[in-house]
Design a protein around this ligand. Sequence first.
Ligand code: SF4
Length: 74
Amino acid sequence: MPKILQQRAKCIGCNLCSEIWPLRWRVSRVDGKCTLVDGVEKKGIWQLVISADELSPNEQAAKACPVKIIKIVR
Ligand code: SF4
């Protein structure tokens, strides 16, 4: 199963990922950084295992991220 990894602390809150796939990415009103919905934080990296049908939009989000803090591991 694919896994999303996000270095949330480095997020600049540009909103691109949430425009591409709002089901999984949401900019927080509290700190202006993007939250990986249902993600779990381990040592500063937010992580979530996703199903194969969510792979494509999350790969698009990773590609669009200007600071390259979203990684998809297959
Ligand atoms: S695309 Fe990257 S920098 Fe922009 S809100 Fe999403 S995670 Fe943050």
